[in-house]
Structure formats: C-alpha cells, structure tokens
Design a protein around this ligand. Structure first.
Ligand code: ADP
Ligand code: MG
Length: 729
C-alpha cells in the first residue's frame, strides 16, 4: 500500500538537511582522482604501454594482447590502491540505462588459496549473460551471447569498490546492441570527413574531434512524497494532479537562491562527479519550482556522452543520501515546464581551432562558414532523422507543448549570420567572378565579427540554434542518452562534408579556382537549405502554419517520428559510412518502438490501478459522508429548510457520481483498447495503436480525477498534491 500523503508530508517537514563534508583541498587537487586517466596511466604504465594506449586514443590503433595484459595489470594495481575489489565492464544497452556486471578480482586456486587476477583478456572482452537486453531480433535465443569490448578512448574509473571499464556491447555476430558502438563509428567518419575539408584551408589539420557540452535539467522531489505517488515511482511522471494555484508564473524560482537541502545534494554529487573526472561547472535553478540544471565544461563527444550517463547514475545514487529522488523524466508534471538536455556541439582540430568559431581573417572565416553552412545543410536534408533521434514517449509531452521546441525541426542562426548568408547568396556568381567581385566577397567574409553578440541572447524557442561558437540541439530529452542524437548529428554532418568536398573537387577539376569553387558550393547549400532557417518564435501557432507552407514536417508522435530511422535516405547514410548496417538500423527501430509501447502500456496500467483503487474509493467515501450529511439535514429540517440548505451537497453528490462514472467507463474502454493493441503482431502497428487508441484515454481520465481532487475533502486525498510535490522544502 502506498502510504498516505500526510505521513509523507510529516516526514518532509521534519527532515534535517544532510550536510556534506567538503574536501579541504581545492577541486584541482581531487579532480579525476577516481579515474585511470592521463596522470594515473603515466604513473602506473610502462612507457611502452602508455604510448600504445595514447595511440589507441589519438589514432585508433589497436592495442595488442601483450600490451593489454600490461595495461590490465597496472589498471588493477591502481584500482586496488583505491580500494576496489571488483571490476565490471560498463556499457550502454538500448534500454537507456547503463549496465554493469561485477566480477571479483580474486580467483580461487588449488589448496583453498586465492589470487587476485585481472588480465588483458578480462580487460578487453567480457561475455555478460545479456539475453534480456533489447536486441530487436538480432540475437536469436540460441546465440543469446553479447560481448562487451574495451573502449580505450574513455578512461576506466572506480565507483565505490568497483573498477568500471567503459565498453561497447555487440552481438555474437558483431552487430551493435548499444549506443556507443555506432557513436564511435560516426565520430570516426566525421573526423576523416572534416579533416579532408580542413585541408582546403589548413594543411596542418590531421584530426578533428566532435565536442559536446550537455546541460542536464532535472527535478528534485522528496523521497517520502515520491513513495506516496506510485505514478512517479513507476513511470517517472505524475499521471494525475490538479495544477497548483501558484505555478511558475512569477518566475521567482528561475536563477533564484537554491534551498539548503538542494544545495547540499548538489555539492555532494558534484564532488563525486568531479572525482570521476566529470568537469561539472555550473548549477542553477530552472524555470519550474524544484527544477534545476547542471552543466560541465564541454569535452570530446564520446567522453562527454559517458560522463552524462555516469552523472545521471551518480545523481540518482547521491540523491538517496539526501532523501531526494531525482526526476529525469522530460515532463514529470503536466502544466509545468519540462526538462531537456541541451546538447552543445561543435568540432575542434588538433591545431586547437574550434571550427564553428569565426576568426579575424577571411581564410579562417571561410573555413568557419564552410562548417557552419554544411551543418545547416545536413540538418535541412535530414531533419526527420534528427527528429527521430530525440523521439521518445517522454519527450512527446515536451515537444510542441509551448515551452520546449516544437516538433518541427528548424535552425536559428541569428541576424548577423543570416545577413552573411544572404549576402553570399546574392554576391556569389555561378559564372566566372571578376577579381574585384572576389575581393569584395572575401572582404565581406573577413568582416564577420569574432564574437557574435546577438547570439548570446539567442532564441530559446529553437530546437537547433547557433549560439556564437557552437550549435545547441535543444530538443534532446532530459533522460535521453546523448549518444542517440550525437550519432545522428555527427553522421549527417560527416556525410554532408564528404558531398561538399566532392563537389568542390569536381569544380576545381573543371578549372575553377579553389576559393571560388568553395563559394559556389556554399551558395548552393544556402539556397537548398533555406526552408529550415527560422528566426522567429518557435512556440507560436504562426510558425506551425508557416512551416507547413515551407513543406517542413511537423511530427508529433514517436511512432511516426521513428520511421525516419529506416528511411532509404537514412539507411544509405549509415550503410555508406559503415556506421550501421541495414539489420542493425532496423533492430534499433524495433527496439525504440518496443520501448515506446512498454512505456505507454505501463502508464496506462498504473493510471487504471490508481484510478480504480485509490481515487474512486476515496471519492466514494467522501460521497458517503455527504450523503450522511444530507440524510441528517433531512431529519432535523423542515422540507422547505432542507431544500434550501442541502442543494449544494446534493449537487456535489451528483457531480462525484458523474466523475466516477466517467473514470470507470474510460478506464474500462482503455483496458479494452490495450487488449486489442496487445494482440497486434506488427510492432509499428502496435505502437500506433498504443499512441492513438490507448493513450487517447489519458486526458479524459486525468481530467475527471483532477476534478475530484478539487471536490474531495483535502484530509482524505491519498496522493501528494502538486503544490506539495513542488513547493515543500
Ligand atoms: P548557456 O547555454 O546556459 O547560455 P553557455 O553558452 O556558456 O551556456 O554554454 C553552454 C554549454 O556549452 C556548456 O556546457 C559549455 O561547455 C558548452 N560549450 C561551449 N563551447 C562549446 C564547444 N565548442 N563545443 C561544445 N560545447 C561547448
Ligand atoms: Mg543552454
């Protein structure tokens, strides 16, 4: 039985904030102390082993078996010095969570003795019993094996008493079963494609990495209140709850001072994160009450993805020490701002140049424009795939809910850069340009200011905004693994850069001078991607109309959005660059549909359970009190007096009956719809049925329950109310 909200509230009000012992030393002294990173490797590895790990990180060169043995021995020695007794491969299956299977270092030997063993083979590969991770039909049961393989580009770390080794997760037949495998491949493809394009401008560029800086939004709810809300506990969001009289309309929480309890929690998880090498830097309140955000300094994309996954784990663990629960759901409270995870993305060269940062020479700026415009073009051409990469049952509540980007993909550039593109469009000639025209053009390009002021005050309603020296993919959901959208973004930009280079090369072969060829191809990209540029209010109804006129798609639901995963265009890109094959891509599509189905199915069940077992009985009890009251009045009053005095109660009695009726009928109908949906074999059709037929009942059921919340005596309402969940401190 869920416990009554008053008990929960009592627990909250008597809580003593759990203060954290701040380490005495400076952050720089404990940053990364639980990571087998550069310094630890320098200390523990032989020169030879160190160099071979570095070569793997920088140049993707395989580490041979003998070196792996050496690395394993040193890693173990280091981990033991940190008190670790176990090790695990740490991977990211498509469930969205991280997975681990711990093994002890020790191994029994003969005569009841034991030794500590951790060799290259344990480091490089493990075979977790993985038959229950989603695989989209890739693994038949007879080959239910999955393998994890060491990813040396993300350093091992110690949590508690366990050494964690970041790994990829693939099937027996080598197909990706996780988020990391295709991400690493996409990053590799981007590296090559971007280096090739950089050669037009700077021969010293031999490596390009994608950079990612995420911003993580979340809610904090007291543990006792959370436990008294089975919907929060089971689905991560409140399925019922009348909006509070005071919401976020005063904006008094945003950037306001952070309550002590929350501050202690933040400090605690930040220290843990910093020790794990996650460069957490900012924290502040968000728009909604009890909503917060944290963000690190950006890092290489694969590492940043791992760090975000790790951070979400750390947050959840640390929250419990402070009697909090972290809600990472995209929309825990209807009517209240949702949570996103902005993905700030750029590319950076081995020469230390951010490719999306303008400079002060025409050459640097032409390079900047090249990467900038190619990104724009890639997003334009693959908007539906971008939409698919952030689609989930949770995020459906957020996109287009007038507080997050709409389900329409568009790109915000800012006035200055929009003007630059317009100028390029009008000034670049397709025929041969005169020397004067060329000079004028280069002069114009040279004038892009190196700080794009208007972009700091950028458009917050855009799903994909240029923010001065990076793009910010704002549509990503707060609970998502960044690897999904990052795989797509890096893959489509890489694909576009390859096309771009080919077109420039073709023109140069025809005798067009290099800069002119670049300008011409860029102009074509600008023209082709015009429809996706939007500087206005992304939340407005006018944009929906305008976008439709421009032929942009507005895809509101996940089952519909996911289709882009298996479109011919997508398959071509992934297959062409060997990021994922047809089978892997289809499996992924099926898995995402299945996850969608399960989420809606669970929500629907929890909703029915709460409505029938918690809400209706409470309403009936209160209705009986009213009936007793009416009966009593009838006994003591004259018929005329009674008529005058009992009419409100009579109305309430009927009203309660009506809501109960509506709830019961709709819950029954929803259960029927679920049965029908469950009988469907085809996963796409089943997802659509869940979306259109099952989910369709949620709103009506909720409406009637929320009405009852306003009628029924506050004393007997079992579920903590919005104002309690959001405002109890
Ligand atoms: P806000 O979006 O809150 O205004 P900033 O614009 O300062 O904040 O930065 C937001 C995030 O963008 C930070 O996590 C930061 O590390 C990241 N960021 C900054 N530069 C880059 C870059 N070149 N590549 C990727 N992320 C970046
Ligand atoms: Mg931001």
């Amino acid at each position: 039985m869920a416990f009554h909200r008053f008990k929960a509230l009592e627990a909250v009000l008597t809580r003593v904030p759990v203060e954290v012992n701040m380490p005495n030393n400076k952050v720089s002294e404990f940053f990364g102390e639980n990571v087998f990173g550069y310094d630890a490797m320098r200390e523990y590895l032989s020169d030879e082993a160190f160099n071979s790990v570095m070569a793997a990180i920088d140049r993707g060169i395989q580490i041979d078996r003998e070196m792996a043995d050496q690395v394993a021995a040193s890693m173990k020695a280091w981990a033991n010095s940190k008190g670790a007794t176990h090790y695990t491969h740490w991977f990211q299956p498509l469930t969205g969570a991280t997975a681990e299977k711990h093994d002890a270092f020790f191994e029994p030997t003969e005569k009841g003795r034991a030794i500590e063993r951790f060799g290259g083979s344990q480091l490089v590969q493990q075979e977790p019993d993985a038959s229950s991770f989603p695989n989209g039909g890739i693994r038949n049961t007879f080959e239910a094996r999955g393998y994890t393989g060491w990813d040396p580009t993300s350093p091992a770390f110690v949590i508690g008493k366990t050494l964690c080794i970041p790994t990829i997760f693939v099937s027996y037949t080598g197909e990706a079963l996780d988020y990391k495998t295709p991400l690493l491949k996409a990053l590799n493809v981007l590296d090559k494609a971007a280096v090739d394009v950089c050669q037009f401008f700077d021969k010293n560029v031999t490596k390009v990495i994608a950079t990612l800086g995420w911003e993580q939004e979340y809610f904090l709810v007291d543990e006792a209140l959370y436990n008294a809300r089975p919907d929060l506990a089971m689905t991560g969001r409140a399925l019922f709850g009348h909006a509070p009289s005071k919401g976020q309309q005063l904006d008094d929480h945003y950037f306001g001072s952070i309550p002590d309890r929350a501050t202690y929690f933040m400090r605690d998880f930040e220290i843990e994160s910093l020790k794990l090498g996650i460069p957490i830097k900012t924290r502040h309140n968000e728009v909604a009450p009890n909503q917060f955000e944290c963000a690190p300094v950006f890092e290489e994309c694969n590492l940043a993805v791992d760090h975000n996954q790790l951070l979400m784990d750390v947050m959840e663990k640390v929250a419990r020490r402070h009697n909090f629960r972290v809600l990472l759901h995209e929309k825990p409270f209807a009517g209240v701002n949702g949570s996103g995870k902005h993905n700030n993305w750029s590319m950076s060269t081995n020469t230390g140049k951010n490719l999306l940062s303008p400079g002060n020479t025409p050459k640097v700026n032409l390079q900047f424009l090249t990467f900038f415009i190619n990104t724009l073009k890639a997003v334009h051409d693959n908007a539906d795939l971008m939409r698919a990469s952030i689609a989930s049952a949770n995020n459906d509540h957020r996109l287009g809910a007038n507080e997050a980007p709409p389900a329409i993909m568009s790109v915000f550039l800012g006035t200055q850069l929009s003007n630059v593109l317009d100028e390029l469009e009008s000034k670049v000639k397709t025929g041969k340009m005169s020397p004067d025209e060329k000079t004028a053009l280069k002069l114009g390009v040279g004038k892009i200011p190196d700080i794009l002021l208007d972009n700091t005050d950028r458009n917050r309603t855009s799903p994909f905004a240029f923010t001065g020296n990076k793009f910010e993919f704002r549509a990503v959901g707060s609970s998502a693994n960044c690897a999904g959208p990052m795989t797509v973004l890096n893959a489509i930009v890489a694909d576009q850069l390859v096309k771009f280079k080919r077109e420039v090369d073709d023109l140069m072969e025809k005798g067009v001078e290099k800069d002119e060829a670049i300008f011409q191809v860029l102009r074509k990209c600008i023209l082709d991607s015009k429809a996706i540029r939007f500087e206005g209010n992304g939340y407005g109804e006018e944009w929906v109309q305008e976008a439709a006129k421009r032929g942009l798609s507005n895809i509101k639901t996940t089952p519909e959005a996911l289709a882009a995963f298996v479109s011919t265009k997508t398959l071509n890109i992934f297959v062409r660059h060997r990021i994922m094959n047809d089978r892997e891509q289809h499996a992924r599509y099926d898995i995402h549909l299945e996850i969608y189905i399960k989420k809606i199915q669970i929500e629907s069940r929890v909703m029915a359970d709460l409505a029938l077992n918690h809400i209706i009985p409470t309403a009936i009890k209160y209705q009986s009190t009213l009936i007793d009251n009416v009966k009593g009045l009838k006994e003591i009053m004259s018929p005329a007096e009674f008529k005058k005095n009992a009419s409100i109660q009579m109305e309430m009695i009927t009203e309660i009956s009506q809501h109960i009726n509506n709830i019961k009928t709709n819950v029954d109908a929803m259960t029927e719809a679920r049965k029908k949906a469950n009988a469907i074999e085809d996963v796409k059709k089943q997802a659509v049925q869940y979306c259109e037929k099952v989910k369709a009942y949620f709103e009506t059921i909720r409406y009637n329950v929320d009405k009852l919340e306003m009628i029924v005596d506050d004393e007997s309402w079992p579920l903590p109310k919005y104002r309690e969940l959001l405002f109890t401190k």
